[in-house]
Ligand binder design. Structure first.
Ligand SMILES: *[C@@H]1O[C@H](CO)[C@@H](O)[C@H](O)[C@H]1NC(C)=O
Ligand SMILES: *[C@@H]1O[C@H](CO)[C@@H](O)[C@H](O)[C@H]1NC(C)=O
Ligand SMILES: *[C@@H]1O[C@H](CO)[C@@H](O)[C@H](O)[C@H]1NC(C)=O
Ligand SMILES: *[C@@H]1O[C@H](CO)[C@@H](O)[C@H](O)[C@H]1NC(C)=O
Ligand SMILES: *[C@@H]1O[C@H](CO)[C@@H](O)[C@H](O)[C@H]1NC(C)=O
Ligand SMILES: *[C@@H]1O[C@H](CO)[C@@H](O)[C@H](O)[C@H]1NC(C)=O
Length: 397
């Protein structure tokens, strides 16, 4: 009798040994279960990894295999460092999942996309910034080009919109060209597309994150590290509950270029409930009081830090001006370099007022920018373009 009941129990004992739904914490949602163990991914999920049992060895191969239509694609990257530049032109929704055992902690990501390049070719000739990027999301190469001058590279009117719903979770994007600013070296380049990055990391020194024309990018609980103008562009970016790591000081943290449109636009960068800190304790004393919140790439620069903690790295004037050939780009009433309820040792109210290029917003003024739906627009300028944001993540604890 005893022997028989043990025999009956045996299959149960064996079944519970491998990682199954039963052993995964019940607090994990469907996406997090897939990120924790590939056997939990929904059917059709493409697997990228170095091992033989992966569907693709590079992310670009997985992207290239996708049909050019509006179907949704989900790609899981197994742990590892992928040394490649990735281009995404497709319109259909794409979700990139990084494998991780800590889905809510970007400092413990296990998937890295890495590339080492600045805006120079192998002979040292300068090339457009886009060629340095680890990840490029844009409908065409021309649509991703930064260009120069007050309006940047002119994109033809008939250029289509690119990806409408791009999502990335727990992936680090690292441009390892140099350990200091040595020209633009993008981690990502994002134009004419909508996309959200959750628990991701972006590491470079100069121009780490580029949000180009008609780019709408939302960042949640992510880490962004840089030294010079490391959040820059023409489009619209919202950074929520994230960590900005200062690896040095140069230019400013933000450098935006506004565009004249026939409709009211709120192109710019909004950083909310985030922290601005020296990257580590060895660099902290070297850059004390020396970093600027931003500088105007053109006079129509718009950026707001809202309810952010600033450590002693931030200089007393907050923002600075950008003077080129004796011409100041900061223009009273045109340029908006603002803060709302900043706090911490880097916030010096007297210094801000004396500096003269930082606007301290009141609650009423902040109200017209205070939520993503108030700033993200579609191509025609209609506000409320936020259906591509993963609100489940944002509203969860
Ligand atoms: C995707 O859907 C949009 C909107 O319905 C449509 O305009 C576009 O042509 C579609 N793209 C492709 C590649 O089928
Ligand atoms: C991505 O596009 C850039 C710019 O055209 C190019 O240099 C790079 O080789 C492309 N990478 C891939 C993987 O297609
Ligand atoms: C990209 O822009 C260049 C420069 O304006 C132009 O010569 C070229 O034809 C464009 N390429 C495409 C594919 O439209
Ligand atoms: C601290 O950060 C600086 C700037 O990124 C880097 O050069 C240095 O190696 C870091 N030091 C430590 C101990 O991590
Ligand atoms: C926008 O218009 C203003 C006023 O007409 C002009 O001074 C400015 O140069 C224009 N900016 C851009 C980026 O075209
Ligand atoms: C704040 O700014 C004022 C004006 O620039 C300066 O005199 C003062 O030393 C600053 N305070 C701190 C703590 O840096």
């Amino acid at each position: 009798m005893l022997g028989l009941s043990l025999l009956l129990l045996l299959p149960l004992l064996f079944q519970s040994t491998p990682i199954t739904a039963a052993t995964l914490p019940s607090t994990l949602n469907t996406r997090e279960k897939c990120q924790t163990s590939r056997s939990h991914c929904s059917p059709g999920t493409l697997i990228v990894g170095k091992s033989k049992d992966a569907d693709f060895n590079t992310l670009q191969d997985a992207i290239t295999s996708l049909p050019n239509d509006n179907t949704t694609a989900t790609i899981l990257l197994l742990p590892g460092i992928y040394e490649e530049q990735v281009n995404i032109t497709r319109q259909g929704p794409i979700t990139l999942l990084g494998s991780t055992s800590s889905p809510k902690d970007p400092s413990r990501n296990k998937v890295t996309l890495k590339w080492a390049a600045a805006n120079k070719d192998s002979t040292g000739q300068s090339v457009d910034n886009v060629y340095s990027s680890v990840l490029v999301v844009a409908p065409t190469l021309n649509a991703s080009i930064t260009g120069s001058g007050p309006t940047g590279f002119a994109v033809p009117e008939d250029t289509p919109f690119g990806n409408r719903d791009f999502r990335a979770y727990n992936i680090d994007f690292r441009n390892t060209w140099s350990e200091y600013s040595d020209g633009p070296a993008h981690a990502i380049s994002f134009s004419r597309a909508n996309g959200g990055f959750y628990y991701c990391g972006f590491y470079s020194y100069q121009d780490t994150v580029y949000i180009g024309k008609l780019g709408n990018a939302y960042f949640y609980k992510s880490i962004i590290a840089g030294q010079t103008d490391f959040l820059y562009g023409f489009g619209t970016a919202w950074i929520q509950s994230s960590e900005l790591q200062l690896r040095g000081c140069g230019g400013g943290i933000t450098a935006w270029k506004g565009t004249n449109t026939t409709f009211e636009n709120k192109y710019g960068i909004y950083i909310a409930d985030s922290t601005l800190k020296a990257a580590n304790s060895s660099i902290a004393p070297e850059i004390k009081g020396a970093c600027a919140l931003g500088r105007p790439w053109n006079s129509q620069h718009r950026s707001i830090f809202a309810r952010c903690y600033e450590d002693g790295t931030i200089g007393s004037s907050g923002y600075i001006d950008w003077v080129v050939d004796g011409v100041a780009r900061y223009q009273e009433g045109v340029t908006l370099q603002a803060e709302y309820k900043s706090y911490g040792p880097g916030f010096n109210k007297t210094g801000r007022t004396e500096g003269g290029v930082t606007t301290l917003l009141g609650t009423k003024e902040w109200k017209s920018f205070s939520e993503p739906k108030k700033v993200f627009q579609d191509q025609e300028g209609v506000f409320g373009n936020v259906q591509w944001i993963d609100w489940d993540v944002v509203h969860s604890k």
